[in-house]
Write a protein that binds this ligand. Sequence first.
Ligand SMILES: NC(=O)c1ccc[n+]([C@@H]2O[C@H](COP(=O)([O-])OP(=O)(O)OC[C@H]3O[C@@H](n4cnc5c(N)ncnc54)[C@H](O)[C@@H]3O)[C@@H](O)[C@H]2O)c1
Length: 338
Amino acid sequence: MYTITLIPGDGIGPDIATAARRVVEATGVSVQWDLQEAGMAAIEKYKDPLPPQTLESIARNKIALKGPLTTPVGTGFRSVNVALRKEFDLYINLRPAKSMEGVKSVFKDIDVVVFRENTEEFYSGIEHYIDARKSAAETIGVVTRTGSERIVRAAFEYARKHKRNKVTIVHKANIMKFTGGLFLEVARKVAQEYPEIQCNDKIIDNMAMQLVVNPAQFDVIVTTNLFGDILSDLCSGLVGGLGLAPGANIGYDAAIFEAVHGSAPDIAGKNLANPSAIILAAGMMLDHLGEVKAATKIRNAVTAVVRDGKHVTRDLNPASTVGTLEMADAIVRSLEHA
Ligand SMILES: NC(=O)c1ccc[n+]([C@@H]2O[C@H](COP(=O)([O-])OP(=O)(O)OC[C@H]3O[C@@H](n4cnc5c(N)ncnc54)[C@H](O)[C@@H]3O)[C@@H](O)[C@H]2O)c1
């Protein structure tokens, strides 16, 4: 029996979390959910976006499934997602993007995995106005040798384990000669320890262009925090949108699994949210726990439902009237044959 912290989250979070819970339980893996709150839901209840009992639960269980959390833009409290990544040193942000049959997208043959450094650089929260009139502001991005080495190593280890052929290092070392330069130097050095895996590097702007023109040339991508954040959403878009993109935040002692998308306030409470991303994230979570058979079943079941196209939400089929939990139930039914 696994005890897993479940944070439903904000906006569409509670609906898609319920959906994921149903699918995980239907695999037969024995799970006890330790329900906790964070984000706006926690502010309403505890006046704290990240209450201590939520942190204690993750520290105790070492594994969590999390719905999206709303972060106010420009003002208000700092991102709870970033705080969680820092608190548990979840240095790997792992986001696979794979083409799925039945999804409208420009390309059909994409299978990339983005490794984004998750704790350093411009997301460290070191920022301030530089004068009293607030006429200018600065954000300081710190890149360390240790932080760079461990994320690049994680990408190469993943490539080795999953028999992936190539790792692409993405950077802006031509302009940011110190932070970008350090990341690239460390990455090239780590790459030498994996001679069986091809390695190349690309400057971020060229990378963005190459990804939308010829994404099939990429396999595993490793990069710093800000570039990784943007590129992984770009990759989700290439395979059909945020509704299908799962993500994992992994550290030495804990791991948090989630959808790449946010709380989607525009569709919250309307039963329109596609639950696939968080369900696929739950699959990654089961993989991480060593429940490989159940994880594979989840992936196959989602793939089958999406391919069939009859029980999918409106983002995948504009004519559809299928809601979040109906799609989840179709995935549950599909598990039997997966
Ligand atoms: N990991 C997280 O918790 C996380 C990630 C990204 C954004 N956010 C937060 O979410 C809030 C909203 O952000 P946003 O609007 O920029 O991005 P978003 O991902 O919430 O939504 C972007 C667009 O994609 C659609 N969409 C997203 N998920 C969908 C799903 N499952 N099914 C169907 N359509 C879906 C939305 O309706 C919207 O049109 C912000 O407060 C942001 O900080 C949280």
